[in-house]
Each structure stands twice: as structure tokens, then as C-alpha cells.
Design a protein around this ligand. Sequence first.
Ligand code: DP6
Length: 381
Amino acid sequence: MVEHRTAAPHISESHISESHVSEPLDAVIAFAPSNIALIKYWGKSDPDQNWPANDSLSMTLNRAATRTIARINRAANDSADHQLGFGETFTNNLRVRDMTKPKKFLEQLRVELKPWLRHDGALEIVTTNSFPSACGIASSASGYAALTVAAAGAWTGQTSIEGLAGIGISKDKLANWARQGSGSACRSMHGGFVRWVRGETAGQQVCEQIFDEHHWPLADLIVVLDSKQKQVSSTEGHSRAFSSPLMNIRLAGLEERLKCASAAIRNKDLEQLGQIIEAEALEMHAVMMTANPPTQYFSQGTVRFIAWLRQARATGSIAAWFTLDAGPNPHLICRPEDSLQIAEKIRGAFPDARIIMDSTGSGVSMPRWTGEDRGGVAHGH
Ligand code: DP6
């Protein structure tokens, strides 16, 4: 999403505090969950259009989410003078790093939205994550999904997903636009299990739900072993991937792996899905370790955790399998009914780790303004 760290020089966070957008008349709210990739998007055929080198498959999450409030900034002198700010997460650690990318994204989105514009002008945006940054949850996925829906709503005067669809802005369109901000954001438009198909050309890519959130609810325990900001961004990682001698071998086997993963989800076979996602995550990380320059997202904690998990599985005490995004913190996929007990075991073995409990969720929504709403992200919706 909009990235975090230090305040951008000309934006005062207090100036665009959430109370600033508490006026219900013309503000719209978008809620977008994050998603965890089971088959990874790693490497781009065209970086300018976020055209992935391969199809990917993800599970949409429920609690890890971004809530974004947008309205027309009537005080702005320049129609491109958007103001973007962060609300506070429960860890209070988000700071605005660089607004150039989201502002450029909004300008492109405004061009796409031309046929539907009811209001025009700069936007005022406050965005809040339900999870801390750099914890192993892709904030760019939920962030750009929420930003796309909120901005589309504010500029077209629509306050619901149905309203947007009614004027011809389908979820497919929203996914396509969100993807241009961050690739993985397109998968957050839908709930359940989602496949992002690369197509034959950059313009042909589509994002489709293959099973909805009721088909097979799973738990995702995000084990935060290390909450330091990652050194190499995903975007940079994507471009390094092709320098690994393993990349072409990886790409050659992915279609088959994706087919097997889809079958495991269809059959609700956790062990089969688990074995696939672990092989997939390790392969992506092997590509990174053998890239030029070599890139390591693993920490020592990650290695210890994987060894512990394998041991626990071998003794039959845990039925859970991990995946890893571009960072050191594993996501453990398990049955919801086992999740509390598994979390206890993790706490026993890794007392310093923080565990974020999540599960299969539905895609984007546009919650109604409740009056008490000041932009904080509810857990679940
Ligand atoms: C490892 O979507 O963050 O999480 O398109 O450059 O913004 P950009 O990359 P991003 O990459 C996500 C990489 C991943 C795997 C995945 O989510 O599929």
C-alpha cells in the first residue's frame, strides 16, 4: 500500500486527521482485506503494467485489512493536490514514507474513471490498517484495493459495490485498476480462493474467484518472529528473480502445481494443500537466495520455526503447514478448530513471537457510515 516510515515533508498528519473526514455527506468508506498467496506471484513479464510471469492463487483474509475513507478535497487549489494520511493502527506505528507512488496511481485512476466522473478534483484520504506494517501481511494488497474502491466511490458518487457495478464499474474493473498500484491487490477484490490469470498479453489478465469463502474456511496464523522493515521490497524482489538460474525451472512447473493446489482446495485436502504450499514458498525463497544479488528474506527465526514445525508434525501433534511471502514471518494454514491449540504450542516454543489469528474472508466491501465511525478498522466485518 502507501508505504510507511517517515512523514512526507509537505503533508501534516494532524491536518488530515480522521476527524477531518468525519462528515458523512460526501465521504465514502472502502474496506479491503489482505490476501495470502498459496501459489506466489513472483517475477513480472512487464513491470510497468504489473503483468505477472505466472498465474497465482491466494486465500483472501478476514481480519488483516485496510479501511480507507475518501472524499473530494474542496479546499485544494490544484485538482491533483491529493492529501493522504494514515489513521493509527493498534500498534500506532504507521508513518507515511513516500506519497509519490499513490498520488501517481490516483492520477492514472482518475483518467480511467473519466467516463463515470460525477465529482472531480483532488481527494482527501485517510487509510488505516488493522495490522502493523512489516509483519508478514501484504499491506500493499489491501492498501491499493481499498484506495481504488474508495477513490472510485468518491469520484463517481457511489457508496456501495453494487452502486459501482450498477454504473458499469465491476469488481473486474476495480481489480484491474488496483493491480496497477500493486499486483497482489487485484486478488483482494474477491473473497475465498482467488486465481490471478496472467493471460497472453498484459491487457488480458483477469482475476477470478475459484471458490468462495464458504467453500472451505481455513485459519491463517501469522507468526511474527521479526517485525523489522524488510530490506528489499517485493517490487525489487520481482525484478531480481529472473537473475536466478532456478527461475525458469520454477516457471516450468507452476501450472501443474497450481492445478494440484486447486484440486486440493476443491477436495478440502489440507495435507495435500499443505505440502504444495510449503514446496511453493521454499521454491520462491530459493529463487531469491540464488538471485543476483542474492536476496534473503529468511531470518534465523524462520529456519528454527520450520524445523520445529516439521518435528511437531512428524510426532503428530500439529496439522498445520506454512507459507512465506517476501519476509521472515510464516503464515500457518490449519483447520479453524485446531487454531487455538496450535497457537498455544507456538507460544510455548516461541515465547517472543506475536501471533495474528486470521481466517478465510470475503473480498472488498463499502461499509455504511455509522456515525461512530472514525475510520478505525474493525476486526472482521
Ligand atoms: C511475495 O504485489 O507486493 O507477496 O506488484 O510490485 O506491488 P508489486 O508486488 P506485490 O508482490 C507480492 C509478492 C508476494 C507473493 C504474492 O502475493 O503473490
